[in-house]
Design a protein around this ligand. Structure first.
Ligand code: S3P
Length: 447
């Protein structure tokens, strides 16, 4: 994927039609890993098959866990963690921190020695937040100055891990999940307390598998380690609201648009963007339709919203929309009045420094942005002039900057935009089907 891959957007046409977003990325990671930790044949439908989930599937191969994929249906035939073999080479997690952190927890439970490594971008992301509590549980894991590569030594068989209470400094579903997965092999309960409501997919899946979890206080979960093996999974994943978010905001900002998003996950720990947009007077209809494996899903209709106005986002809402700030910023650029995001310093530790990279990308398109240590302010009113911006190796920036062009005053070119394949391979095709003029162009001078 080269920086010279560019997406070019000609603003104008209204967007109309129905979109079914790909399977949820977070739940896909967990489903793959839990299927490998279970004993027997698991079947997962509507898996996200994309750049970001490949490393997790490759890890299963390296661990000797057979799997096959038919379109988006995954079948895993696992011997259970006691049958995992030590991988012969480092497990390459690509750009995916979720893969690395969740795998660390699962390998800890299995007691299998392994090295976890990733792309230069992934090597920059903080890992001590996961290695430190794992070590406190008795996991023989070391990081490299707080980063990947991570090295896990073998754990003597029959020696369980230690449970206990872990208080996370930052709300993080990845860290919480790593500890809960390691907790599957603990002798005593594992309690994780977070400062905010991070996504709870791991908890819902484990409960769906019949495990005993308790929620003794706000943002606190206790796992009671199971006595026997995990049973296999049978589930169909909801669509990813973090992918749907791009199409949804595209409809809100593009005159004359109406887009229906079907089968999308509506887990309340993930729907912060909908709350933020509704505060901004977005014309959205959300229709819950059911629940699968404890995960609510439904339909969202988004209509052109010329009346969008700015808002302030901080506190728990930040956690509930942690991946949605690039696309929120695009909605804010088309809104009347300023939108301010604070208490979101965690954005500096995502696929890019999402505060600086987002500010640079939007400024390149003519949007005035003020950067704060823990957030940003978009002044609003001005809309998007057009121009050429860079995705900075970040799939969500690539898609957000592309959407920004749909209602701009002039054409927009996003360099390095091929990153969208990491989490939403159908992004360009979906926009084109809705009527957008988005096309590939060989980028020039992409530095
Ligand atoms: C994820 C949790 C979030 C999110 C990431 C996926 C997960 O990260 O940003 O895209 O699947 O648990 P943190 O847990 O680091 O906040």
């Amino acid at each position: 994927m080269s920086a010279a891959e560019a997406l070019r957007v000609q603003p104008g046409p209204s967007l109309r039609g129905v979109v079914t977003p790909p399977g949820d990325k977070s739940i896909s990671h967990r489903a793959i890993l839990l299927a490998a930790l279970a004993q027997g044949t698991s079947r997962v439908e509507n898996l996200l098959v994309a750049g970001v989930t490949r490393p997790m599937l490759n890890a299963l191969t390296a661990l000797g866990v057979p799997w096959r994929l038919h379109e988006t249906t995954l079948t895993v035939e696992s011997p259970g963690p006691q049958g995992w073999r030590a991988p012969r080479a480092p497990l390459h997690c690509g750009h995916s921190a979720t893969t690395m952190r969740l795998l660390a927890g699962a390998l800890a439970a299995a007691g299998v020695p392994a090295v976890l490594d990733g792309s230069p971008g992934l090597r920059r992301r903080p890992m001590r937040r996961v290695t430190e509590p794992l070590r406190a549980m008795g996991v023989p894991i070391i990081d490299t100055d707080g980063h990947a590569p991570l090295t896990l030594a073998a754990r003597p068989s029959g020696q369980p891990l230690r449970g206990g209470t872990f208080r996370l400094a930052v709300a993080s579903a990845q860290v919480k999940s790593a500890l809960l997965l390691a907790g599957l092999a603990a002798a005593t309960p594992v309690t994780v307390h977070e400062p905010g409501p991070s996504r709870d997919h791991t908890e819902r899946l484990l409960q769906g598998l019949g495990l005993r979890l308790a929620f003794p206080a706000a943002h606190t979960v206790t796992l009671h380690p199971p006595q026997g093996p995990l049973p296999p999974l049978r589930l169909r994943l909801p669509g990813d609201i973090s992918a749907a978010a791009f199409v949804l905001v595209a409809a809100l900002i593009t005159p004359g648009s109406q887009v229906v998003i079907e089968g999308v996950g509506l887990n309340p720990t993930r729907t912060g963007l909908l709350d933020a947009l509704q505060r901004m007077a977005a014309d959205l209809t959300v229709e819950p339709q059911g629940e699968a494996y404890g995960e609510p899903y439904g339909r969202i209709t988004a209509r052109y919203s010329p009346q969008l106005h700015g808002t302030t986002i901080r506190g728990d809402l930040v956690v509930r929309m942690i991946d949605e700030f690039p696309i929120l910023a695009v909605a804010a650029a088309y809104a009347q009045g300023p939108t301010t995001v604070r208490e979101a310093a965690e954005l500096r530790h995502k696929e890019s420094d999402r505060i600086t990279a987002l500010a640079a990308g939007l400024r390149a398109l003519g949007v005035p942005v003020e950067e704060h240590p823990d957030g940003f302010t978009i002044l609003g009113r001005a809309g998007v002039a057009g121009g050429r911006a860079h995705a900075h190796g970040d799939h969500r920036l690539a898609m957000a900057l592309t959407v920004a062009g749909l209602a701009a005053h002039g054409p927009v070119e996003v360099l390095g935009a091929g990153m969208f394949r990491e989490s939403y391979p159908g992004f360009v095709a979906d926009l084109q089907r809705l009527g957008a003029r988005v096309a590939w162009r060989p980028g020039e001078g992409a530095a």
